[in-house]
Design a protein. Structure first.
Length: 479
């Protein structure tokens, strides 16, 4: 017997628990019932006041019974505040207590408050346990049958259900037992008529509400499970994106100075993705001892697809550059390779240049990318070079190239459209003019200082607005 009883209570204690999945649900549901009880307490007090001042034409005998219901609520409140809000048995105490309070009211005001029998069942559905809701529906049916039966004998008399002798006239809509009608009232007949014509119709409506409540509990439970699966998927995706971000950061050059033994130049670059991973990329590498390759590119789109396309484009471009091609030929070969397998029809803008370190001659080609900025003398100025078509648009595109002679002290600034198109809360764009102003704040500063000045200006301009696009910058100083 003890084993069966223990197993029963263990099952009841875990009627909704699944590794703590519904812990917060139970605490919230307990809080909901407590708020319902508080509202009932206020309503009962108002009814008692109304009876005392004579607003309700009922016997004063109702006051002690209302007082009992009020005491029940206060006891339930004291229990709830004394124990842990997630105690497994608290829900049963609160639900049964709420049911008892309503049954007490139903036995006093028969027919008037029978609809209250639905409330404990609806509250039980908040625990998202269909078994609990069905159990509460069954218990409520029995409890309110008893309360209705008792109310027919000891509660408010609904004169519409009283079979009076032919010719009887009265003006009161209702009268409390003990005020004169008790001697002529057939209690058994009244109880039978009350249960038959009042309780049964209300039971049918209650059954519909119980079915709805059970469905709410079932669907609520499914939603919690779905939310758990979404949370797990989101956490897994977040972890994978974090790993992808780390991989992308590792692929881009990020150790400075990158060539500590080379005193002929200094270089610094940054890439701030709008999402965990981005489609922008930069690169710089020595083709041989006397040639430095520089790349800044911007892939169409954002997020993971752009990052994958960026990785492929970066590898293809670097491989073509390492075989000794000119910048124009590098772009042409890269475009052919990208177009050969590009089912998503993505594209990438690229500025690519090769610096002959010994002479300072920079040979470059532009595939639809932003204009470079050059400092020769005291200020940075835009170089409106000739643009070719973006990489990945059409196969067989030819690109032209141009040359710039760099002198000691000259600087080259490359960037993606995330800089001039940085957007303020009022939807105003940062623009190239503000970019040039930021570059010329300290044109003689180091490459790191130059990029920090631009980043600071962008951050101040954008303010609290969300970053819309990846923001990539590279600065080369020729010494």
């Amino acid at each position: 017997m003890k084993t069966r009883l223990g197993a029963f209570f263990e099952r009841m204690s875990k009627i909704y628990e699944e590794d703590g999945l519904f812990h917060d649900t139970e605490v919230q549901a307990n809080g909901l019932i407590m708020r319902v009880l508080m509202a009932n307490s206020i309503i009962i007090v108002l009814i008692m006041v109304a009876v005392i001042v004579g607003l309700f034409p009922v016997s004063g005998l109702i006051l002690p019974r209302l007082g009992v219901a009020q005491v029940e609520i206060l006891i339930l409140g004291a229990i709830s505040y004394k124990v842990r809000q997630d105690a497994w048995w608290l829900k049963y105490v609160l639900l049964l207590g709420l049911m008892t309070v309503y049954a007490q009211l139903d036995s006093l005001l028969t027919h008037k408050v029978a609809i209250l029998m639905v409330i404990p069942v609806l509250c039980s559905s908040r625990y998202f346990s269909r078994i609990l809701t069905i159990a509460m529906s069954a218990v409520s049916t029995v409890v309110f049958f008893v309360s209705g039966f008792l109310g027919a004998y000891f509660g408010w008399v609904n004169m519409n259900d009283v079979r009076l002798p032919v010719g009887t006239t009265f003006t009161d809509k209702g009268i409390w037992l003990g005020s004169g009608i008790e001697e002529t009232l057939d209690r058994a007949a009244y109880a039978r008529d009350t249960l038959l014509f009042s309780y049964v119709p209300k039971l049918l409506m209650f059954s519909i509400a119980a079915v709805v409540a059970a469905e709410i509990a079932r669907r609520g439970r499914e939603m919690v499970h779905e939310q758990k699966q979404l949370s797990e998927s989101s956490a897994r995706l977040e972890t994978e994106l974090k790993m992808a971000e780390q991989i992308q950061e590792g692929v881009l050059p990020n150790i400075y100075p990158p060539f500590p033994d080379r005193r002929e130049f200094d270089i610094y670059a940054t890439m701030n993705a709008a999402r965990e991973v981005g489609g922008d990329f930069y690169d710089f590498f020595l083709v041989d001892d006397d040639h430095l390759a520089l790349v800044v590119a911007d892939v169409s789109g954002k997020g993971v697809p752009a990052a994958l396309f960026m990785m492929a484009s970066k590898i293809i471009l670097a491989n073509n550059a390492m075989v000794g091609m000119s910048p124009a030929k590098v772009l042409e070969a890269t475009n052919s390779a990208v177009c050969a397998n590009n089912p998503q029809e993505m594209f990438v803008t690229v500025w690519f240049g090769i610096l002959e370190i010994s002479s300072g001659i920079l040979t470059a080609a532009n595939a639809g990318h932003e204009y470079p900025v050059l400092k020769q003398g005291e200020r940075f100025e835009l170089i409106k070079d000739k643009h070719g078509l973006v990489i990945g648009a059409f196969d067989g595109i030819k690109y032209s190239e141009y040359q710039i002679l760099l002198h000691p002290g000259d600087k080259l600034f490359l960037y993606t459209d995330g800089v001039p198109e940085a957007t303020a809360p009022d939807l105003q764009l940062f623009g190239t003019e503000r970019m040039l102003e930021a570059l010329n704040q300290d044109p003689e500063g180091s490459t790191r200082v130059v990029l920090n000045n631009v980043q600071h200006a962008v951050d101040q301009f954008v303010g609290v607005a969300e970053q819309f696009d990846d923001l990539t910058m590279l600065c080369l100083s020729y010494k």
